[in-house]
Design a protein. Sequence first.
Length: 354
Amino acid sequence: MMESFVFPGLTTRVVFGSGTLAQAGDELERLGQSRALILSTPHQEDEAQRLAEALGKRAAGVFAGAAMHTPVEVTQKAIAAYEKSGAGAVVSLGGGSTTGLGKAIALRTSADQVAIPTTYAGSEMTDILGETSEGRKTTRRDPAIRPETVIYDVDLTRTLPVGLTVTSAMNAIAHAMEAFYAPDRSPVIELMCRDAMQAFKTGLPQLIADPQSQQARTRALYAAWCCSTALGYVSMALHHKLAHVFGGSFDTPHAETHAILLPYTTAFNEVAVPEALAPIAEAFGGGSAGGGLWDFASEVGSPLSLQEVGISEADLDRAADLAVENRYSNPRPFDRADIRALLQQAWDGARPGS
Ligand code: NAD
């Protein structure tokens, strides 16, 4: 029982269901927007073009250049396209990379955003923008970054490959893991995170067995919304910092990096806050939160070692240096040697605590 808390009651309009993509035009109208630029990655350009056709006059064009970790060069090109198009809004159709591009445009132009997430990464409910410039990822929070509207359409997640389904779900679980011990957590966020853990624990094995299962896809997207909401309400700590170090400075893929680090960062912080992380230990079994997540990751075929994203043992020293460059809060105090040891475990890939 939390004896005191602050719940800021943030407002993002959420439309959740199957076939909800068809409501994109109505949602733009609700925002008072007559024209929007559609954003996607090159991989999802066809879906973006289909949405543009469906939106008719409301579509001001498609910019299909979104890339992972939101490089500022891409944002500059997208802003040029946005300004030329005469749009007042962006519609981001895709995973966290596309949502990130929409946020980067909105921050610089005041464009309204309709985010339509197609992974479980969870950027859509947050006021966080991570951008990469000259090999460094910097993260900022600003209310102007938060999308006005989020449309979750379960049907769009049916094409998500099994590998990305698994790592993206682990990425979502990482938001909940850090929310459980965040100093600014609240009972509503804790309830959402607990429910999300159960949904992923039962839903992810079902999805691996049947990636087209509408029921399991619905459960997973619901859980992703819970975890994204948590990320949007609370502060993150060591786990997210380390993921950003690898993504920003070693260009490792976002979801895999989170998935690999998660059991090790959880085990590291569990030493300091075992009660806070008890919901994870309860959901995943295995006697501890870190061990339970490692077991779950093994069961669902999630990568377990930094070697799997191309990190060499020599890279660990530079990563540890970068991770301790700035101070940030974490439930367990640490120094560079602690981080270097944690990274070694994540590189070795052995079950934490055994
Ligand atoms: P992604 O958006 O880069 O997508 C990975 C690939 O999968 C892309 O090629 C994409 O087009 C494709 N894809 C996406 N959905 C698909 C689908 N349903 N079917 C088939 N293919 C699909 O990957 P991601 O993991 O969703 O997002 C990673 C990015 O999001 C990183 O840049 C990260 O920093 C950012 N992020 C930001 C926040 C935040 O709050 N600021 C939170 C989470 C992630």
